[in-house]
Design a protein around this ligand. Structure first.
Ligand code: HEC
Ligand code: HEC
Ligand code: HEC
Ligand code: HEC
Length: 154
């Protein structure tokens, strides 16, 4: 009897160690970072607004644990075509293509289309369009400035 119990115990410990090991490996292979502090110092000499904390992994995790946004809704190729990605795939930073720095300035007489195209050339415009458009059209997620850019604590 006693021998059997010890065997059972060892078996349980073995399985637990195996599962634990597997979970560590999964973490090592995973390139989808949990949370990204949006603090691009290449695009902005100085951040005037509070730093937006972006829950990257939560956005791309399926409901009900996450918001179920597919990688390709944010990551696309050089033609703007959605990329089919999986965990571990490398991606290009938004700044590699939407590479103008600071904020776009609308000039007089610019049409709506021209202004929209121009904004997308900027990292600033690409990020705001991606993040805010989905929150607006999807009816979920923050659209007000201070919800993404927290006011510094006084
Ligand atoms: C859905 C989230 C979201 C909302 C809502 C939002 N922003 Fe942003 N904003 C961002 C992100 C992300 C960046 C890019 C920051 C980075 O990567 O450095 C950014 C960048 C900026 C920057 C340039 C960086 C800085 O701090 O100076 C300014 C200015 C800014 N936003 C102003 C605004 C204003 C004003 C509003 C409201 C009209 C607003 N944002 C609404 C997410 C948001
Ligand atoms: C809601 C939008 C969104 C979704 C969904 C999303 N990402 Fe991202 N991801 C971003 C943004 C924004 C960045 C930051 C890019 C930058 O700084 O230019 C990023 C960064 C990354 C990075 C680089 C991280 C680093 O700095 O090393 C990788 C890799 C990545 N994403 C992979 C994925 C994969 C794989 C998926 C799907 C499982 C995914 N992303 C889903 C928006 C998203
Ligand atoms: C390899 C180049 C490249 C990279 C990297 C890239 N984009 Fe784009 N993006 C484009 C092109 C090309 C278009 C389509 C042309 C246009 O409308 O300016 C586009 C279009 C967009 C649009 C408009 C989409 C629409 O449906 O109107 C948004 C918003 C956007 N990108 C945000 C992002 C964000 C956020 C990232 C980083 C997570 C990113 N882009 C990374 C090249 C790129
Ligand atoms: C395709 C849709 C989509 C895109 C793109 C998207 N989001 Fe969201 N976001 C959501 C949804 C859905 C929620 C959840 C709202 C809820 O449950 O109340 C959310 C919630 C949030 C929240 C509040 C909750 C949290 O997890 O912190 C923040 C902040 C946020 N998003 C920032 C961003 C930023 C920054 C980007 C761009 C880099 C972005 N989102 C792009 C769909 C999107």
């Amino acid at each position: 009897m006693k021998g059997k119990r010890i065997f059972l115990l060892l078996a349980i410990v073995g399985v637990a160690m195996f599962l634990f090991g597997a979970s560590i490996n999964a973490k090592e292979a995973c390139a989808v970072i949990d949370v990204i502090e949006m603090n691009n110092t290449e695009a902005f000499a100085k951040h005037k607004k509070g730093i937006c904390v972006f829950t990257h992994k939560k956005h791309s995790t399926a409901a009900p644990d996450g918001y179920g946004v597919t990688c390709g809704e944010c990551h696309h190729d050089k033609d703007g075509k959605a990329l089919e990605l999986k965990e571990g795939d490398a991606v290009q930073g938004c700044m590699e293509c939407h590479d103008k720095t600071e904020k776009p300035k609308k000039t007089r007489g610019m049409s709506k289309e021209e202004w929209e195209t121009m904004q997308l050339e900027y990292y600033y415009g690409a990020l705001h369009a991606n993040c805010k458009d989905c929150h607006k059209t999807g009816g979920a997620g923050p659209t007000r400035c201070s919800e993404c850019h927290p006011k510094p604590e006084k």
